[in-house]
Design a protein around this ligand. Structure first.
Ligand code: SF4
Ligand code: SF4
Length: 237
């Protein structure tokens, strides 16, 4: 059995919803600039996603409720990230046993608190794997589940191949995430390859909002740009 097929079988057992391969060689420089030369050296990446439970995401409608936010933090973030990391670790062992180099990237990776970025962008890899486009909210938007997916990435040099097209941007004139953001951090501009994230998202405003929640002794959880996207809400119907 081919290695990718074995990985998919393990994915079935672990209820992984999306699993694909991205050729990341074109972004080698960008990836190395953030994650370092060792990270930037991998030619391929597995993109792995779990769809969030809609009942949990929809609790964000009443964000004044501590219980709602605690539920969201636990079941739309911590537990799903732990499941993604466990799966990433399992398949990394399998890939290594087959004689290839491999590096699992933590699902909740953040190596730079100022720039708010991970060593490898899970969203970039998911986009290159053909799972969606980068929305005005800077999240990966999947046509079936919107941004209601958590992602992880496993870098490798294993010869895993898939032919998936990169999806075109379908945000068009929608401004729902812009309107929903309590910090006014989403600037309403469509994603364009190579453009700086700062043109679409004011990260400082988003971070300041999280800090303000902490000062009020509230859980520092937002997620309104994830909740509001019509592509995710549509999939809840
Ligand atoms: S997490 Fe909240 S504050 Fe930050 S961009 Fe999204 S909606 Fe705005
Ligand atoms: S809410 Fe609208 S503009 Fe924002 S990411 Fe979703 S589709 Fe794009």
């Amino acid at each position: 059995m081919e290695l990718l097929e074995k990985i998919r079988q393990i994915g079935e057992v672990h209820a992984i919803d999306l699993l694909g391969v991205a050729d990341i060689t074109k972004f080698k420089k960008e990836i190395a600039a953030i994650g370092g030369a060792l990270v930037g050296d991998y030619p391929r990446a597995l993109s792995i996603g779990i769809v969030l439970p809609h009942s949990i995401v929809d609790l964000l409608q009443d964000r004044e409720s501590y219980e709602n936010i605690f539920q969201y933090q636990t079941h739309a973030y911590q537990v799903i990230n732990a499941r993604l990391d466990t799966f990433g670790s399992l398949i990394s062992s399998l890939i290594q046993k087959n004689g290839y180099r491999v590096m699992p990237v933590p699902a909740a990776d953040r190596i730079d608190n100022d720039r708010v970025c991970a060593s490898v962008s899970h969203k970039l890899v998911a986009r290159l794997a053909g799972f969606g486009w980068i929305g005005k909210n800077c999240l990966l938007i999947n046509p079936d589940h919107g941004p209601r997916i958590r992602w992880t990435t496993v870098l490798t040099d294993a010869p895993l191949l898939e032919n998936r097209e990169i999806m075109e941007n379908r945000c068009r004139n929608c401004q729902e995430c812009v309107k929903a953001c309590p910090a006014g951090a989403i600037l309403g501009r469509n994603y364009i390859d190579g453009e700086a994230r700062e043109l679409r998202l004011n990260v400082d405003k988003c971070q300041a909002y999280f800090e303000s929640l902490k000062r009020l002794n509230r859980l520092d959880v937002c997620g309104m740009c994830l909740y509001a996207c019509p592509y995710g809400r549509k999939s809840n119907k």
